[in-house]
Write a protein that binds this ligand. Sequence first.
Ligand code: GRF
Length: 213
Amino acid sequence: MTRLTPHQPARPAIAVFCSGHGTNLQAILDATRAGRLRACVALVLSDRPDAGALRRARRAGVEAHYVDPRASPTRAAFERVLIRRCEARQVRLVCLAGFMRMLSPVFVRRYRHRIVNIHPALLPAFPGAHAIRDALQWGVKVTGVTVHLVDEAMDHGPIILQEALAIRPGETATSLLARLHTMEHRLYPQAIHLMLAGRVKVEGRTVRIADRR
Ligand code: GRF
């Protein structure tokens, strides 16, 4: 067992739930390694066996599991499996990073105000799975990235951080996705840091960030 000195308190454990490539997971892992984020990615869970995120996690030596939703008779039962996994690792914060599944009250109640999500649009505009396409089709001049707390409704909880991006003439879904990803990879570790540092105060829909420089 590693001995901890008073100057090396254990890093708070976080779980990252993913369904896809896991570029945001990678940004979080990189930020922890670089010391920009004082956290330990203790667990990565995916509802898809082929998620690139699982490979990224395992490459980084992080415990990673595919949890088959069809192996549980109900959504609540599936989420209880997720909860047990998180409890076993004493997870302080659950980070959704491209997790393509809505969490029900079973999970949300257990981790109330301790679940965050990143979304590639300026919520409440363009919620849902096709935010980038929808924003371009609408013809908006500005879009962006939102990191928010997760509640029982889709892409709905109080907003922690938001950053805007101007759409360029001739912008395509591919170019916009790339620019939004760059923004996400910077913003998400920052938001997680603020959460873990206890600097995010939630009052109804309003979020105050203490000492934001
Ligand atoms: C990101 O664009 C995120 O905003 C959305 O899903 C995407 C996940 O991408 N919720 P990745 O798997 O992190 O590359």
